[in-house]
Ligand binder design. Sequence first.
Ligand code: SF4
Length: 124
Amino acid sequence: MGFSLRGFNDLRGQRLVRVARRLISGQIELRPEHFSLPFPFTLRKNTMADVANKYAENVAGKFYVDDQCIDCDLCRETAPANFKRNDDGGHSYVYKQPETPEEEALCKEAMEGCPVEAIGSDGA
Ligand code: SF4
């Protein structure tokens, strides 16, 4: 996973070297529109997960996923016993609340690693 530079992807050989030199010397300026991210990136006013916006399929309990999930897969890889993918909706949800200290720690790790803070731990 990474970002790409629009318009720069097809550069090869000497042309790439020339463009790189101009970038370094400041002759070419990179603007935000040159960058494209591999997932839809949104800036949130409130970066905390919001229990009011949690997906309905989350099981009741402390942890949940809200509607800001960008389906990056991190939580499902980190805590596969607790997070699953909704294939139709293209997002994660909590299908089992942690039942052991190990699962609790992995859910917390997933929550802290979520790039858009779509995982909350203040559910009921
Ligand atoms: S880590 Fe966050 S954004 Fe990524 S799939 Fe899980 S809830 Fe969604």
